[in-house]
Ligand binder design. Structure first.
Ligand SMILES: Nc1ncnc2c1ncn2[C@@H]1O[C@H](COP(=O)(O)OP(=O)(O)OP(=O)(O)O)[C@@H](O)[C@H]1O
Ligand SMILES: CCCCCCCCCCCCC/C=C/[C@@H](O)[C@H](CO)NC(=O)CCCCC
Ligand SMILES: [Ca+2]
Length: 546
């Protein structure tokens, strides 16, 4: 630190203590200078240096009238340090508290000289203006009905004050119906006016923003989304997520917590996290995009059931999860997939995607990869069946996790080692097994045991996959490839009386929405969008003691 060039250095006052404050090019630091009458004569420097990275300063402003106000209310305190140092400025900055939780903290420095005070404000502001990744204008959509219906309150009480302090301008739209935000982004919003879009709501609301934005960009660039191999254009606008939904899995998996203030601060400091998006087609017709879970069988059934109980709020998933678990349905079908290259690891390698992830950093957006491939004139023949693996079977669940899908219900997620931006999705196949076995598998989503370490579970890291449910007339009577089932210790046959495993079909849960087709083709679009996030931080940045 001492070797870096000091931009400005002063002796100021903070909370009745004399401190030396230094602004280096990337760090603001201050340390106490003790008047050591208590210990020895003279002035000595305390060992403890507090530091704040300039990129984590939210704002700086002159603390107007504070000293005047004190003087008016307590004229007798004229000899106190704050009156000897009547000018003050306050630096608001990001402070890490508990795990992944950020708060906006203030530190106020007092000084005797007005000019010095103004110089400090000016110099810090100059440093902040060099941070060009910070948004200045945001378009905010609030779903007033997501989660526990607290979206508007959360925004007004916790988020808007942080944006105001950071000097961010916002246009706020409180949605009046489902798909309001999607349609506004698709057709009306003037995207040139904004540096980003903020979504106040849950995963379903995020999905609206995703569809509105991605579709708009493709339309503007003349790209036909119905072509499964279309070269999609990445979105330049980043998306911020203020969690106010039921699962908030996308927020949790990209920040490590579901906290509105933390999200607001990630937006203010201009974080950027690229993210994969799966495009889902049915017979060459575009259906949906997905960033978290595409789940057939268990998670499709949970969602279908839970939609009937929306009034229950977040608890609807617990009730439907329990009911679906008891139903213990399984579904026949054929899954085909194109495995990922070796350089992106394996779902069981325990290399979790964290802030600055090396695996994700080495990937580019799908468009860049397309461009490189066509330059080299060796576009892979992906539509042929070369390289594809095919699996027939009866499945309790088929899950594709493009990210870990960590959420409060499952802090490590459906696929703990899945990457946010590696151009792949982890395809998890849970074959027909006993109810007890499936329970053990589910339970492992909540503890440290490996949920893939079961005879009936397999997991593949893939770039594309397809699913075809068995046609009732063509379904094999027995699935020869299947592992012999272990005995079911708790048969609940009454729930299955009407269940015919040769005709039954589930539905796909696509980021919390039901798809209306079961035969689908899925392709991962590497880094199609960017969030105002940085991935989950490995460890807390501690204050520096020198
Ligand atoms: N004004 C509105 N009225 C009714 N529905 C809305 C409105 N605005 C958005 N929606 C819809 O509400 C649905 C649920 O919203 P949201 O995702 O915010 O909450 P959630 O379902 O409780 O949370 P999660 O998706 O995390 O489970 C979304 O699919 C969205 O399209
Ligand atoms: C014995 C106890 C076992 C408990 C096991 C819990 C396992 C939980 C795994 C949770 C995975 C969530 C994946 C995220 C999916 C979201 O895109 C989607 C939209 O918000 N949420 C759901 O579909 C809601 C899905 C809710 C599932 C319960
Ligand atoms: Ca991925």
């Amino acid at each position: 630190m001492e070797n870096q060039d000091k931009i400005i250095c002063s002796e100021l006052f903070q909370k009745q203590r004399k401190v030396e404050v230094v602004l280096y090019p990337a760090v603001l630091a201050w340390k106490e200078i003790e008047k050591s009458s208590k210990r020895s004569s003279g002035t000595s420097e305390s060992e403890h240096v507090q530091t704040v990275k300039v990129c984590e300063i939210v704002a700086v402003h002159k603390t107007e009238d504070e000293a005047d106000a004190q003087l008016r209310s307590h004229p007798k305190r004229i000899n106190q340090p704050s009156q000897q140092y009547p000018h003050a400025f306050t630096v608001s900055y990001v402070r890490r508290t508990r795990q992944h939780l950020w708060r906006c903290a203030d530190v106020t420095f007092h000084c005797a000289d007005q000019q010095i005070c103004e110089q400090w404000v000016q110099v810090i502001n100059e440093q902040l203006s060099l941070l060009t990744n910070r948004p200045k204008n945001l378009l905010v959509y609030i779903n007033p009905y997501g989660g526990k219906r607290r979206g508007e309150r959360i925004y007004e009480q916790k988020v808007a004050p942080v944006f105001r302090r950071a000097g961010i301008f916002t246009d706020v739209i409180v949605t009046e119906r489902a798909n309001h935000a999607r349609d506004h982004l698709k057709m009306e919003a003037n995207l040139d006016d904004y540096d980003g879009v903020v979504c106040v709501g849950g995963d379903g609301m995020f999905s609206e923003i995703l569809h509105g934005l991605v579709t708009r960009i493709q339309t503007d660039h003349g790209v036909d989304q119905n072509q499964p191999d279309a070269e999609l254009v990445p979105c330049s606008l980043r998306i911020g997520i203020i969690p106010a939904g039921s699962t908030d899995c996308i927020c949790f998996a990209t920040q490590g917590t579901n906290d509105p203030v933390t999200s607001a601060l990630h937006i203010v400091v201009g974080d950027s996290q690229p993210m994969d998006v799966c495009s889902v087609h049915h017979n060459g017709v575009f259906l949906k995009y997905s960033v978290s879970l595409l789940g057939y069988g268990f998670y499709g059934d949970v969602l279908t059931d839970s939609e009937r109980n929306r009034w229950l709020g977040p608890a609807r998933y617990d009730l439907s999860g329990f009911k679906t678990f008891l139903s213990h349905n399984y579904y026949g079908g054929t899954v085909s997939f194109l495995p990922a290259d070796d350089n992106v690891g394996h779902p069981r390698d325990k290399l979790q995607c964290r802030s600055g992830c090396r695996i994700c950093q080495h990937k580019h957006s799908s468009k860049d990869e397309h461009d490189e491939a066509s330059e080299e004139k060796e576009k892979p023949a992906e539509d042929s069946d070369r390289g594809w693996s095919v699996i027939h079977g009866k499945f309790i669940a088929i899950n594709s996790a493009s990210m870990s899908c960590a959420c409060p219900r499952s802090p490590k997620g459906l696929s703990p080692s899945a990457h946010l931006a590696d151009g792949t999705t982890d395809l998890i196949l849970v074959r027909k097994c006993s109810r007890l076995d499936f329970f053990r598998h589910l339970l492992r989503h909540t503890n440290n045991d490996d949920q893939f370490d079961h005879w009936f579970v397999e997991v593949h890291r893939v770039r594309k996959f397809r699913f075809q449910p068995w046609h009732p007339d063509l379904a094999p009577l027995e699935d020869a490839s299947e592992h012999p089932e272990s005995p079911d210790l708790s048969p609940i046959s009454s729930l299955q009386e009407t269940y015919d495993d040769r005709t039954a079909e589930s539905s796909w849960n696509c980021d919390g929405e039901i798809l209306h087709h079961t035969a689908i083709q899925v392709s991962v679009q590497c880094q199609l969008i960017r969030l105002f996030a940085r991935g989950i931080e490995e460890q807390q940045d501690a204050e520096v003691a020198v």
